[in-house]
Design a protein. Sequence first.
Length: 167
Amino acid sequence: MIDEVTGRESMSFDQEWAELKAKARMRLDGVDPGGPSPSGADLVVKYDDMGKIGHAAFMLHQHLSSAGKHAQSHSQAAAKSLGNDGFDMGAALTEADEGWQAQLQVLLDACAQISNHLDYSMKSSRRDDDFIATQISASKISDYLDVPPSTSDDEAPHVPKAEGPIM
């Protein structure tokens, strides 16, 4: 089918998605020495890599929060002194320091967001993996159980109550 706007042949979503994945895989094959996933999976989570990136973002946040404010007290003191002496440079220095602190905060927030997001992603992915593994294990166990399907609530099997004291 020809698209009237672009004049190109249009493709289905599945065709376009497959083409984009193939292009991305070719680009990644040149970068990643391991190549594509052996199982052909679209998403492969390497917990060690995510942990390293998250830790680097955390360490950058810690370093920036102290190093980025290193000159703040001196800048504020110099701005106050210059302002008290009647120099317009005092107000300009205060404005520059405030701009620096605002940009530093943006960078700190970005580092914290990266670190927190990777921590959350790792925990969430592990939780999902554990849930899926449990479901698969439970379904395998169910194959070995001889449990007749119930047709209604009235036909539920009778389970006797335990006799004697329950500890």
